[in-house]
Design a protein around this ligand. Structure first.
Ligand code: SAM
Length: 236
């Protein structure tokens, strides 16, 4: 994939041969499993490299991942954005949480295929995992793409972040409006103001908005609430 290396160079990422091979194997495994279960609607090689791999890696323009020890991907699905970040920064301890068992089974197979170490794959709802002291208020970074609107997403992601860590939300062009609506929720969860970053995908040119929120203290005991309550009464 010639274009792919050019795109990465523009965001200061350089892969060694082993990492290039891991991305190729990721693509092959995704396409093979996608024939038997619904993992992605994007299947062309160039599209997967652009809209899944490169899109995930745009987060590296917004935060220094070389300094991150623990990363948790909430609702990671087929591994985006957590797994591309893990391939580029193999020192990271990655946890991926997803409520769908089949997606976690795919990720277990993928982790084996890519020989990923220090990866924890959890078949759980984020609301439940965030009540477990092993995961609550303990990660340097939580991250999510395409899981929920910001007022709900804040309650799913911020509880995992330690004091002075960050939550990173990968959004499209509706991100600004959603973020404005979510600010009361973010403050209630001890999140700070948004640090906003705007991008365009290299060939498709669609908008990508990425928001980074600092965590100013531990999560108040009342959060996260039960899934049905979050859905019925999003904070905001
Ligand atoms: N983040 C991936 C991506 O960008 O391709 C997957 C996006 S997919 C549309 C949303 C995923 O979030 C699904 O795999 C779903 O099972 C998971 N999910 C939704 N709500 C969740 C929750 N409360 N806890 C854990 N996983 C959740």
């Amino acid at each position: 994939m010639k274009d792919w290396e050019k795109w990465l160079k523009e965001i200061d990422l350089f892969l060694d041969d082993g990492q290039k091979e891991q991305f190729q194997r990721y693509y092959d495994t995704l396409i093979t499993w996608n024939k038997k279960m619904n993992l992605t609607g994007i299947t062309g090689e160039k599209e997967v490299y652009e809209k899944h791999f490169y899109d995930s890696l745009l987060a590296t323009c917004c935060y220094p991942f070389k300094d991150v020890h623990s990363l948790i991907d909430i609702g990671g699905g087929a591994g985006f954005p957590g797994v591309p970040l893990k391939i580029c920064f193999p020192h990271i301890q990655l946890t991926v949480i997803d409520a769908t068992k089949k997606r976690i089974q795919f990720l277990e197979h993928l982790a084996d295929q890519l020989s990923l170490e220090n990866i924890n794959l959890l078949h759980m709802r984020a609301e439940d995992a965030a009540r477990d002291e092993r995961y609550r208020d303990s990660h340097d970074v939580s991250i999510a793409r395409a899981v929920a609107k910001m007022p709900v997403l804040a309650e799913l992601c911020l509880p995992f972040v330690r004091k002075n860590g960050v939550w990173i939300a990968l959004k499209g062009k509706a991100g600004d409006e959603e973020t404005e609506m979510a600010m009361p929720a973010i403050r209630a969860l001890n999140g700070g103001e948004a640090d906003e970053h705007y991008f365009e995908l290299p060939t498709e040119a669609s908008d990508r908005h990425i928001y980074v929120f600092g965590k100013q203290g531990n999560t108040p005991r009342s959060y996260p609430r039960k899934p049905a309550t979050i859905k019925k009464k999003p904070l905001g």
